[in-house]
Ligand binder design. Structure first.
Ligand code: PLP
Length: 641
C-alpha cells in the first residue's frame, strides 16, 4: 500500500543458503532468488523467512532483501522478479522432519469415480492438510507435514478409522521429506543420476515432483536425513546440477564466511602473468602456456611427504621436455605407458638410468615388452597373456604385477581403472595363476602395483589401496616395493577442497608402519602439471540463438578434449577484461565441426568482443598431449612462459 521500493529484513544470518548451513558448512549463500524459488525454499525447510511473508510482496512486486545485522557489508539475499539470466540450477536442498505418510491401498479404486474425493473428504473432515501425493492404480500415498497440521495419535487414529471404509490404510512415520528446489527441475534430471543413485540404496517411500516444476521431493525414514543432506549437497555440486560457479546466484559458503578471508585459496599464477600471457596470445593463438615454477613447486610439495620412498611422474599427463627436465631435477623417476614414451624420456634425459623408468603397458604388442626389456627399464605386467604366452621373454627378470582390486575411483567413469568393466590389471582370482606361470619361467615378482583411477581428492583412497596390496604382498616371498599409483586430484570445480597432502602423508605413514618391509612408490601425473598450464584462445565470433549466447574462440576440442570427453570443468576467464564484472551467461565454444565442441557451458563472463583473449585454466594435464588435427585444424602450440 505504501508503494515501497523494497522491504529489508535485518536478521542474524547473511541470508538464505543452499542448505541448512548448520548441517552443511559448505552450503552457499544464495545472493539472488525469484519469488517462487524463495517461497519454495522457505516452505520446504529454510527458517530465515516465514513462507507466508513472500506472497504479499510478490503480488505488488516489491523486492525483498535479507541482510545480516552483524555483517552489513555482506550482500545478503535479494528476492524479486528475476531479471538476470541464470544457468538452470538446483538452488537449495532442504529437509523437513516429522512427516507422516498415509498409504491407502484399494484394488477397487482403479477407474472408480469419486475414490479420491472420498478419501480427501476424510482428511478435510479431520482438518488435515495434505502436502505431497503419490498415486498408482491401487494405491494413493499422501504426506502430512507437522508445520501445517496439528497431528497427534488421536487425530490419526480417527482419520484411519474413517478411511478404512474405502481402503486399507497404513501409517508410515516418522519420515523426512528431502526436497531439491530450482526453477525448471525437469530440465535438470539428466544431471541428477549420482543423486538418484544415492537414493537408490535407500528405502524411498514416496517421490513427488511439483507440478510447478520447482521441486523434487523424496520421503525417507527420518533417521536417514541428517547424514544424507551433506552428501547430496556435495553430489549436486559435483554433477553441476547446483551451479555454484555462477556468482550471480551463489555467494560464499557458510564455512568461508565463518573463516573469513584467511581461507581464500592462493591466487593462480596466471593472474600475475597477465600482461605476458596477453602478449603471447597476441603473437599467435591458440597457445598452451606453462609455468615451470608451478611444476617445481608441486614436485616439492610431494617430495616433502616422508611416507613415500620413490616418486614417478606419469608422463602421459604432459611429456613436454622442459617439464621432464624440471621433474628430473626434483628427483622424480618416470612412469611410461608406451615404448614411445620410454624412448622420449631417454632422448630427453640421456643420463637417466633405465632403472628409473617404470614401463606399464596395457594391451601393447609383444615387441613393446621386448623393447622395454632390452632397454633395461622396470616392467609392470597387467595381464596373464604376456606371462602365459611370452613367458620366456621374462626369464630371470624382475617384474611388477599390476593388480585390479575390484573397483575404481575417479572424477569420471572413463578414468576409473579398476573393476571388471575396466581393462587394466590382473583380477584377484587370477593372481595365483600369474604366479605359477612366472615361477615356471623364472620371472621374479618383486613389486605389486595398483592404480585405480584419476582425479581423486580423498586421501583415504591410497591408504585403502596400500592396505590391500600390502596384505596381498605378504602371500608372496620377494616383494620389495608397492606402487599405489597416481590419481592425485587437483581442485577444479569452485567447491572442491584441495587434496590434504599432510593428511595423505600421515595416513600413509600409519598404514606403512604395519608393513615396514615394503618400499612405497607413487606415480602421479595430473597433480604435478594441471595447474601449471593454461590454454589461451582468442574470441573469433559471438552469437545469440534465442536465450542462448555463444562465445566462439579459436581453441576447440582438438586442443582440449577434456570437457567433451570427461565433462571436465575448467575455470574460464576473459583475460583481456579480467577486471570487468562477469555479466553474460555464455557457452564457450571452439571452431570444430561438432556440437560437443564446448569448452564451458553456462559460464558468466564480461561482455566478450572479437579478439579478446580467453584463458582456460588447469589445462596443463591431459591437454596438449591429447590434442588432435581433427578438421585439419592444428591444436594449440605449447610455450613455456
Ligand atoms: N599410473 C597409471 C598406470 C595410469 O594409468 C595413470 C593415468 O592414467 C597415472 C599413473 C596417472 O594418473 P594421474 O594423472 O591422475 O595422477
Amino acid at each position: 500500500m505504501l508503494g515501497a521500493e523494497a522491504v529489508e529484513i535485518w536478521t542474524d544470518v547473511p541470508g538464505m543458503f543452499s542448505a541448512n548451513p548448520r548441517q552443511v558448512p559448505d552450503a552457499r549463500l544464495l545472493s539472488r532468488l525469484d519469488y517462487a524459488e524463495a517461497q519454495e525454499i522457505a516452505t520446504t525447510g529454510a527458517k530465515v523467512l516465514h513462507p507466508r511473508c513472500i506472497h504479499p510482496l510478490r503480488e505488488v512486486r516489491v523486492p525483498l532483501l535479507i541482510k545480516d545485522t552483524n555483517r552489513p557489508e555482506l550482500p545478503g539475499t535479494a528476492i524479486g522478479w528475476s531479471t538476470v539470466q541464470t544457468a538452470p540450477s538446483v538452488k537449495a536442498i532442504s529437509s523437513r522432519k516429522g512427516i507422516t505418510l498415509v498409504s491407502m491401498e484399494s484394488i477397487s479404486m482403479w477407474q472408480q469415480v469419486g475414490f479420491l474425493a472420498d478419501v480427501f473428504g476424510a482428511f478435510k473432515a479431520h482438518g488435515l492438510s495434505v502436502d505431497l501425493i503419490g498415486s498408482s492404480e491401487t494405491n494413493v500415498t499422501v504426506s502430512l507435514d507437522p508445520s501445517d497440521n496439528l497431528l497427534d495419535s488421536d487425530v490419526l487414529a480417527r482419520l484411519c478409522a474413517d478411511l478404512e471404509a474405502f481402503c486399507r490404510v497404513k501409517v508410515i512415520a516418522p519420515c523426512a521429506a528431502i526436497t531439491m528446489v530450482g526453477r525448471g527441475m525437469r530440465a535438470m534430471l539428466h544431471r541428477l543420476s549420482a543423486v538418484l543413485a544415492e537414493f537408490g540404496a535407500l528405502d524411498v517411500h514416496l517421490i513427488s515432483q511439483s507440478s510447478n516444476n520447482l521441486n523434487l521431493t523424496f520421503v525417507v525414514d527420518e533417521g536417514l536425513a541428517d547424514a544424507l543432506i551433506p552428501r547430496l549437497h556435495a553430489l549436486l555440486i559435483r554433477a553441476e546440477a547446483m551451479r555454484v560457479d555462477d556468482a550471480a546466484v551463489f555467494g560464499p559458503s557458510w564455512r568461508e564466511l565463518a573463516e573469513g578471508a584467511a581461507a581464500a585459496p592462493r591466487p593462480a599464477w596466471w593472474r600475475h602473468r597477465r600482461e605476458a600471457l596477453l602478449a603471447l596470445a597476441a603473437s599467435g593463438s591458440p597457445r598452451y602456456a606453462y609455468d615451470l615454477d608451478e611444476v617445481r613447486a608441486r614436485a616439492r610439495d610431494l617430495r616433502a611427504l616422508g611416507a613415500v620412498d620413490r616418486w614417478h611422474y606419469a608422463l602421459k599427463a604432459n611429456p613436454h621436455p622442459a617439464i621432464l627436465q624440471v621433474l628430473h631435477e626434483e628427483g622424480f623417476a618416470f612412469e611410461c605407458v608406451s615404448i614411445a614414451e620410454v624412448e622420449h624420456v631417454r632422448r630427453t634425459l640421456p643420463a637417466l638410468p633405465p632403472e628409473r623408468i617404470l614401463f606399464t603397458p596395457n594391451f601393447a604388442p609383444r615387441e613393446e615388452y621386448r623393447a622395454g626389456l632390452a632397454a633395461g627399464v622396470r616392467m609392470t605386467l597387467d595381464a596373464l597373456h604376456p606371462i602365459v604366452e611370452w613367458g620366456a621373454d621374462f626369464a630371470d627378470r624382475d617384474i611388477l604385477l599390476r593388480v585390479d582390486l575390484g573397483s575404481g575411483r575417479g572424477h569420471h567413469d572413463k578414468v576409473k581403472t579398476g573393476g571388471a568393466q575396466s581393462k587394466f590389471g590382473v583380477a584377484l582370482d587370477e593372481i595365483e595363476t600369474f604366479r605359477e606361470h612366472a615361477r615356471r619361467h623364472g620371472a621374479r615378482i618383486v613389486g605389486l602395483h595398483a592404480h585405480l583411477g584419476s582425479g581423486i581428492l580423498d586421501t583415504g583412497h591410497w591408504r585403502g589401496v596400500y592396505a590391500q596390496i600390502a596384505s596381498l604382498a605378504e602371500r608372496f616371498n620377494r616383494i620389495e616395493m608397492l606402487d599405489i599409483g597416481g590419481g592425485l586430484g587437483v581442485p577444479s570445480r569452485p567447491d572442491d577442497a584441495a587434496l590434504d597432502l599432510a593428511g595423505l602423508d600421515a595416513t600413509l605413514a600409519e598404514v606403512r608402519s604395519a608393513y615396514p618391509q615394503f618400499k612405497l612408490w607413487m606415480e602421479p601425473g595430473r597433480y604435478l602439471v594441471a595447474e601449471a598450464g593454461v590454454l589461451l584462445g582468442r574470441v573469433t565470433q559471438v552469437k545469440r540463438k534465442g536465450e542462448v549466447h555463444y562465445v566462439g574462440i579459436d581453441a576447440g576440442m582438438n586442443s582440449l578434449i577434456r570437457p567433451a570427453l570427461y565433462e571436465a570443468w575448467h575455470a574460464i576467464v576473459n583475460l583481456t577484461r579480467l577486471d570487468e564484472p562477469p555479466a553474460d551467461l555464455v557457452q564457450v565454444v571452439g571452431p570444430i565441426c561438432e556440437t560437443g565442441d564446448v569448452l564451458g557451458h553456462n559460464r558468466r563472463l564480461p561482455p566478450c568482443r572479437e579478439g579478446d583473449v580467453i584463458l582456460i585454466a588447469e589445462a596443463g594435464a591431459y591437454g596438449a598431449v591429447m590434442g588432435s588435427r581433427y578438421n585439419l585444424r592444428e591444436p594449440a602450440a605449447e610455450v613455456i612462459v
